[in-house]
Design a protein around this ligand. Structure first.
Ligand SMILES: NC(=O)c1ccc[n+]([C@@H]2O[C@H](COP(=O)([O-])OP(=O)(O)OC[C@H]3O[C@@H](n4cnc5c(N)ncnc54)[C@H](OP(=O)(O)O)[C@@H]3O)[C@@H](O)[C@H]2O)c1
Length: 261
């Protein structure tokens, strides 16, 4: 994968880099020659990821262990990267919940809004401004197949992803004149730590490295990318239905993914 170093380099910041899709982005970017700042809560896992990546590629890695559910955690990331020449930001940290919203624990639901939306807003604001000032760069936001309609039994998670999708579409137009590309990546089910934390059961999944590669290839070319054949198939079959129809189909899909509960 060739990513324009002049435009997006020399350093990339990846949140959610300790697992799944974020970790896959970190590997792909290291292979493309980017220096890395890796963010997640589990510092020891990040250290391991950084060691493994530095052993394979001739790049520098730095780890910031921070909880993005809190504004202090977000500020930690901002403070730790003040003097880095960051050209690419991948905001992959996030999680989901499932089951009927009113049966869930409200603290978990609010924490999900903090990580999936509030931290994304604050980091996009801070780094979007920095990238616009240097007149080049890229911002990758993790949306989802669930972002395009309401989804029963993961209603609040789908709503957080609708926020991310909408934010990316708006920012793409605002930042493009300043030389900054924004892409929303909207995968279907991906094989990662996500399903376990969200208590969902996924059948077929797309590997995280496919998501990372196809998203980076779309940066600067598309506003929204649906990585993997599964998200394309599901996305296209839903695209021809009116919104109410999509909600019904997703209700059946999510019913299947949560019937073990
Ligand atoms: N997997 C899917 O099916 C799928 C589909 C569509 C979209 N997505 C989106 O893709 C993104 C990545 O998901 P994934 O599949 O890679 O999940 P994952 O394997 O569970 O990884 C999530 C990452 O986010 C980090 N994270 C979670 N809470 C955090 C917090 N409070 N502060 C800082 N970091 C935090 C985790 O690290 P620590 O635990 O170390 O903090 C981990 O590195 C999410 O935004 C998700 O909504 C996933």
């Amino acid at each position: 994968l060739v990513i324009d170093q002049k435009h997006y380099g020399p350093t990339a910041l990846v949140t959610g880099a300790s697992d799944g899709i974020g970790r896959a982005f970190a590997s792909e970017l290291a292979a493309a020659g980017f220096h890395l700042v890796l963010v997640a809560r589990r510092g020891s896992v990040l250290d391991e990821v950084a060691r493994e990546i530095s052993a394979r590629h001739n790049i520098t890695t730095r780890v910031v262990a921070a909880d993005l559910a809190s504004r202090t955690g977000v500020q930690q990331v901002i403070d730790a990267t003040k003097s880095d020449d960051i050209g690419l930001i991948v905001l992959s940290a996030g999680f989901g919940t499932s089951g009927n919203f009113v049966d869930g624990i409200i603290d978990d639901e609010l924490q999900m809004i903090d990580v999936n939306c509030r931290a994304v807003a604050e980091l996009s604001h801070h780094f979007g401004k920095r990238l616009a000032q240097r007149k080049r760069g890229g911002l990758v936001l993790l949306s989802s197949l669930v972002a395009f309609q309401g989804v029963p039994r993961t209603a609040n998670y789908a709503a957080t992803k609708a926020y991310v999708q909408s934010l990316a579409e708006g920012l793409q137009h605002e930042l493009r004149p300043h030389g900054v590309d924004v892409v929303a990546s909207a995968p279907g089910p991906v094989g990662s730590g996500f399903a376990q934390r969200a208590q969902m059961q996924m059948g077929k999944t797309t590997p995280g490295d496919v998501v990372a590669r196809q998203t980076l290839a779309a940066l600067g070319r598309k506003t929204t990318v649906r990585p993997g054949w599964l998200s394309k198939l599901l996305g296209w079959s839903l695209a021809f239905l009116p919104r109410v129809g999509r909600v019904r189909v997703m209700s059946v899909v999510m019913g299947g993914m949560t019937k073990h509960r």
